[in-house]
Design a protein around this ligand. Structure first.
Ligand code: TK8
Length: 338
């Protein structure tokens, strides 16, 4: 009797193991039944092109995988700022994010190459260089951190805002307290201009400007408006001093664990979403500039005035070389015609 019970137990155990496995097994039509969930966190509002890019990516991936890959998007720093989000992807706590390259450089110094002021003169050059071999080489460096860099999305050309005076020259910046991203090159560049830089997470910036802990900040037009910085800043100087890219990225172990057809779906969907994301960024920029013209003073600089900023910031190039490496710097500066 005891033997029979033992045998029964063994059978029940076996059945339950097989039942567990059947989720992973191929179904009758040969398709894969396993479902995957991608948690994607990012740092900006739902009105931004960054968010729209993720929404498009989600739509494409879910459609193309027939619902076998689900994408959950967490905007607005719900899961943390860029620094925390990069860490979470690295550890596999979430699967995807898309930080600005400046905070990413603290993990992978090769990315400091994109912090060379005035590296890119226009969007066409950005796309040519970043979508080409130079951009790919930079993305490949992330593999060392168990991260797969997927593309370059647009945050945009960054512009200077402040609450004190209509800034037209580096002389106007003396003693101005400016928030920079958490990036040594940015801090150094603003020191060279004569300002007083403080690194700070993006999520703390609105309050810091409102309470006048800092007088100034710099961001693309889109984010200045979408994050309502224009409410707590009066003057916007069109400096276009640095192009900020976002890097959509995925945990590499997770990516490699996916069936090949799903990996292809992810790559293809990111590439297709890139087009929409960049277009949305450009459209938002135009629309938001128009809106801020009503409430803020937007200062256009002459070429000669811009040149003064360029010259003051130029010495950071040597610092970038020591961090990102001469080869990486040469690759980008040559491709960009810097
Ligand atoms: C949003 C940040 C932001 C960046 C900054 O997560 O910190 O100023 O421009 O876009 O990546």
């Amino acid at each position: 009797m005891k033997r029979k019970i033992a045998l029964l137990l063994v059978i029940v155990l076996c059945l339950s193991i097989f039942a567990g496995c059947s989720n992973d097994a191929k179904d009758a039509s040969g398709g894969n039944e396993t479902t995957y969930t991608i948690k994607a966190g990012h740092g900006t509002a739902e009105t931004t092109a960054l968010h729209k890019g993720f929404v498009e990516f989600k739509r494409l991936v879910e459609e193309r995988s027939e619902g076998k890959i689900k994408v959950e998007i967490f905007p607005n720093q719900q899961l943390g700022g860029d620094r925390e989000l990069i860490e979470a992807v690295q550890l596999g706590n979430i699967q995807m994010t898309a930080p600005s390259t400046a905070p990413l450089a603290a993990f992978d110094p090769a990315f400091y190459v994109l912090d060379i002021p005035f590296l890119f003169s226009d969007r066409a050059t950005v796309y040519e260089v970043c979508d080409g071999p130079a951009g790919q080489k930079l993305l490949d460096t992330l593999s060392e951190y168990d991260i797969k860099g997927l593309a370059y999305w647009e945050n945009g050309f960054r512009n200077f805002t402040n609450s004190k005076l209509p800034v037209r020259s580096p002389e106007d910046l003396q003693g101005i307290k400016i928030r920079t991203m958490e990036n040594e090159i940015h801090m150094e560049a603003w020191k060279l201009l004569g300002a007083n830089p403080t690194p700070m997470a993006f999520g703390e910036l609105y309050t810091a400007l409102q309470q006048k802990t800092v007088d100034a900040q710099e961001n693309p037009f889109e984010l200045i408006y979408a994050t309502k910085f224009h409410e707590v800043q009066k003057y916007i100087t069109k400096t276009n001093h640095i192009y900020s890219a976002y890097i959509p990225m995925i945990n590499e172990d997770f990516f490699n664990s996916l069936p090949a057809e799903y990996q292809d779906i992810i790559i293809q969907s990111i590439n297709d979403a890139t087009e929409l994301q960049r277009k949305a960024a450009e459209e938002n920029e135009t629309e938001f500039i128009g809106l801020m013209q009503e409430t803020n003073e937007i200062i256009e600089l002459t070429d000669a005035e811009l040149q003064a900023f360029r010259e003051k910031m130029a010495p950071v190039l040597d610092l970038v070389k020591t961090k990102a490496g001469e080869d990486m710097v040469n690759l980008f500066t040559e491709a960009a015609g810097y």
